[in-house]
Design a binder for this molecule. Structure first.
Ligand code: B3K
Ligand code: ZN
Length: 885
């Protein structure tokens, strides 16, 4: 596929002012009539009208009612010569939603019609200048069979509806706000809605709806509450109000990603809408809340102000992820009350950083590495990445840190006052942030948008006892990434604290500055190397660096075990306290992976036990601190990566911690029981998480009492968090009851697609604790033919294959290469149905060059096999091609 370059952006010669769409919906032959008022763009060179169309049967095309004078086609692009400044182009196309297995464009799910247009799905519905910088006003008429599709929805306001002959009906919708076509949506299906009316901050009444299949009506309450909370938060935090009279969320079971922010008509994967205590875990509740918030926040950051071109994707995604992270942190802090707020925020920060380290750091170190604003792509759908989203959010967070809460808010206000209704660039955003803050210099900061790779910050300290000063030297470098060899220094905010020998933070004073009593301050590292001299210290301090993870970097700091244990016990910054535990665990487990005879150090067990038993710590925090670092992150820290050795070390470490602390875990489990009826509340969720973690360690150790508790909890649980936690512990053991428990779980939820996804994932992600047990691949293969499994449903693919490929490296990378061959087989099978899903699965092997030579050889052969396969989509071709480059 050709490579698209950011530098090649040119405005279109013609844009669209209004669109009138008519859909005669039919499962196999939908006819779309599209009337566009095309207008010449005064800011562009003269040229033809350009439209894109893909997989369409074109029935007719006219310009002002006439056949066009000249029409040229190449691939998806259609060029039409037109005179004058305003012309009406009318295109009629026929499409086959039933045959559309890509889930991009218009498709069927359980008999209903749904759309997904971002990034370039609208061209699969009709011919259109399918680019985000074309913002038009849409009017949409839907016509469908009333019995099958009683509900007809599109963006904006309902302006008409009625009956038609032959059992058909219609509805007409008008969206008052100009929008790019990627935000168009329609739904025609048999659904019911949970409704609520609320007042916005200016006193307008708005109707909120959550649309689902009838049987799911009892699972919508949490999504609705989350929507109301999001609306309030955006009003209070940014002064941003809902701009429509109605806001709809629709849940659909077949969906490529999480959800989509279509104007006024958000379409969601069922996974991020439906929740009730018997089927959803605490983590599911959390996800529903944050995804609802994310999509809602897009209404301003994405829809009112959108992206000029797809290279600017992080403009809306990084900013919106940052907003949803702040929202969730505020919600957790509010629930925790004043005392617990700081810890609650840290728990959220830890979650976000875990994701960044597990998904974004490896991406930034692999063949797909790209800046948050990429310079080129082959297939834009491959760039909805952890880098654009999560690292993009980190970049916004650093701006927030540098400018302060108020400065950031002023920048946001100016952003909307300048750019509301426009399609803009990342430069535009950073420019208003600077302008709103007295010209704050952000020129060097812009390098975060153009440089790929995870920067390293190397820190060292020097204590001068004679004068009581501590000099901290910070140096930065960023490793080379594909196509980017030389890197320039970045602006890196490093939040620093100094801990005294008594475990308490010292007051910080930099040489030449007055004492202000602060115990954490943000140093700005801008050069390759800088020194910061702290004075007025009574004794040698222990540095606590990058507090709260103030920048998305790898911190390189020599700390011995004793120092890590000290910070694990005393660091006043809860994020860094957690991080100290992670670093210590990482060191221990990597040493065990390098040497199968290396013991688990007693000092580590003792430090771990101290955290475990510290009742002053919030349970949610303890659950984070006692969970070992993620396997994906650990593999990233190993050179060469040896997944089997790592797995063996993790098994041994889990067992040892389970055995040696068995009494502590049992007591902790008992102490963490949550009485009464289930409610989703962060305090309860923290207790349940910690209890579930205790069971995991006990099960890993094969502890009889622990396993008995797991079994009882599995049978008696009143909610999914406890039931699934207990099941997971049983499955992660050699207990003979594990198979029966899996069967009982299946029997109970045989008709519940979302719960079955958990059941598939649990088996695909299982570890082997017993050397004689069969490889997990045998189970995964068998589950492929389970009646509930389907390669056409992305959730099923992610649960079974995604978990096996991405979350079970110790099995997937079996030395005989069976996992790799299976991967190639499945990627090829998916490629023909759904290229976006196939490409996601394909990415599981992109970091192959980091593995041992034997694994590399095995993987290379399979990458080559996929690359050589027939009919490879541009999506998969880009991933595999870059991996082999
Ligand atoms: N904007 C969508 C993602 C669309 C992905 C297209 N392949 C969801 C989101 O970020 O909110
Ligand atoms: Zn988004």
């Amino acid at each position: 596929a050709p490579t698209i370059q950011r530098a090649d952006y040119r405005p279109l010669s013609w844009t669209v002012e209004t669109v009138d769409l008519h859909f005669a919906l039919d499962p196999e032959a939908t006819v779309v009539t599209n009337r566009m008022l095309c207008v010449r763009n005064p800011d562009a060179d003269a040229g033809p009208i350009r439209l894109w169309g893909e997989d369409l049967k074109r029935l007719s095309l006219t310009v002002d009612g006439q056949a066009p004078a000249a029409l040229r086609e190449s691939g998806a692009l259609i060029e039409i010569d037109a005179g004058g400044d305003r012309v009406v182009v009318e295109v009629r196309t026929r499409i086959d939603p039933k045959a559309n297995t890509t889930l991009s464009g218009l498709y069927l799910s359980n008999g209903g019609f749904f759309t997904q247009c971002e990034a370039e799905g609208f061209r699969r519905i009709t011919c259109f200048p399918d680019r985000p910088d074309v913002m038009a006003r849409f009017t949409v008429t839907l016509e469908a069979d009333r019995a099958n599709c009683p509900v007809l929805l599109s963006n904006g306001n309902l302006i008409g509806q009625g009956e038609l002959p032959d059992g058909r009906h219609y509805a007409r919708w008008e969206d008052p706000f100009p929008k790019p076509c990627y935000l168009f949506a329609l739904v025609a299906a048999d659904l019911v809605a949970l409704e609520r009316t609320v007042q916005t901050m200016s006193g307008r009444e708005v109707l909120l709806q959550v649309w689902v299949e009838e049987g799911n009506l009892d699972r919508c309450g949490h999504a609705m509450d989350s929507l109301v909370h999001s609306m309030r938060w955006d009003e209070e935090t940014f002064g941003l109000e809902l701009d429509l009279d109605r806001f709809m969320i629709v849940a659909v079971a077949d969906f490529n990603m999480g959800a989509m922010e279509n104007k006024g008509l958000n379409i969601f994967n069922t996974k991020f809408v439906l929740a009730k205590p018997d089927t959803a875990t605490d983590i599911d509740y959390e996800h529903v809340e944050s995804v609802v918030a994310h999509e809602y926040f897009h209404n301003w950051t994405g829809n009112r102000v959108t992206c000029r071109d797809w290279f600017q994707l992080t403009l809306k995604e990084g900013l919106t992820v940052f907003r949803d992270q702040q929202f969730s942190a505020d919600m957790l802090a509010r629930a925790a009350g004043a005392e617990g707020a700081a810890s609650a925020r840290a728990v959220k920060r830890i979650d976000d950083v875990r994701v960044l380290r597990a998904a974004q750091f490896p991406e930034d170190a692999g063949p797909m590495a790209h800046p948050i604003r990429p310079d080129s792509y082959q297939e834009i759908n491959n760039f909805y990445t952890a880098t654009v989203y999560e690292k993009g959010a980190e970049v916004i967070r650093m701006l927030h840190t540098l400018l302060g809460q108020e400065g950031f808010r002023n920048g946001m206000d100016l952003y909307f006052s300048y750019h509301d209704g426009e399609a803009v660039t990342c430069d535009d955003f950073v420019e208003v942030m600077s302008e709103a803050n007295n010209g704050f210099d952000l020129d060097q900061f812009m390098r975060w948008y153009s440089q790929a790779g995870t920067p390293r910050v190397k820190a060292s300290g020097e204590w001068n006892a004679a004068v009581g000063s501590y000099t901290l030297t910070l140096a930065q470098y960023t490793p080379a990434t594909p196509g980017q060899h030389a890197k320039l220094p970045l602006v890196i905010p490093v939040a620093v604290g100094l801990i005294g020998p008594d475990g308490r933070d010292c007051a910080l004073r930099l040489d030449g500055e007055a004492q202000d009593g602060a115990t954490t301050r943000v140093l700005k590292l801008t050069a390759d190397e800088q020194r910061f001299r702290f004075v007025g210290l009574a004794a040698e301090p222990v540095p606590s660096l990058l507090r709260g993870f103030s920048a998305p970097v790898v911190l390189e700091l020599d700390e011995d075990d004793a120092r890590l244990a000290f910070r694990m016990a005393h660091d006043a910054d809860p994020f860094n306290r957690w991080d100290a535990a992670q670093r210590y665990a990482e060191r221990v487990v990597l040493a065990m992976a390098a040497d199968a005879a290396a013991p688990v150090p007693d000092a580590f067990v003792a430090a771990f036990r101290a955290l475990l038993g510290d009742g002053a710590l919030d349970p949610a925090f303890r659950a984070q601190a006692l969970a070992l670092p993620g396997e994906a992150y650990l593999l990233e820290r190993m050179a060469p990566a040896e997944p089997l050795a790592l797995r063996a070390a993790l098994v041994r470490l889990m067992r040892t911690l389970g055995e040696r602390l068995a009494a502590d875990w049992l007591a902790l489990f008992d102490a963490m029981q949550v009485p009464g009826e289930y409610r989703y509340h962060p305090a309860d969720a923290g207790r349940r998480a910690l209890a579930n973690l205790a069971l995991r360690y006990l099960a890993a150790a094969g502890d009889g009492e622990g396993l008995a508790r797991a079994q009882t909890r599995f049978e008696a649980a009143s909610n999914m968090t406890e039931r699934f936690g207990a099941l997971a512990a049983l499955v992660q053991s050699t207990h003979p009851a594990r198979e029966a428990a899996l069967e009982a779980f299946h029997a109970r939820y045989r008709d519940d697609a979302l719960v079955l996804d958990k059941w598939f994932a649990l088996q695909a992600g299982a570890w082997r604790w017993d050397d004689a047990a069969a490889p997990v691949l045998d189970r995964v293969r068998a589950l492929l033919s389970d009646p509930a499994f389907s390669l056409s449903n992305p959730n099923k693919v992610y649960a079974l294959l995604g978990t096996y490929f991405r979350a079970n490296p110790g099995e997937f990378h079996a030395a005989d290469g069976s996992g790799h061959a299976f991967w190639a087989e499945q990627v090829i099978a998916l490629n023909g149905r759904n290229p976006q899903v196939a490409a996601r699965m394909a990415r599981a092997l992109e970091s192959w060059r980091r593995f041992t030579p034997a694994l590399q050889a095995s993987i290379r052969a399979q990458l080559e096999r996929v690359l050589a396969s027939e009919g490879l989509s541009p999506d998969v071709a880009e991933v595999v091609g870059k991996a082999l480059d």
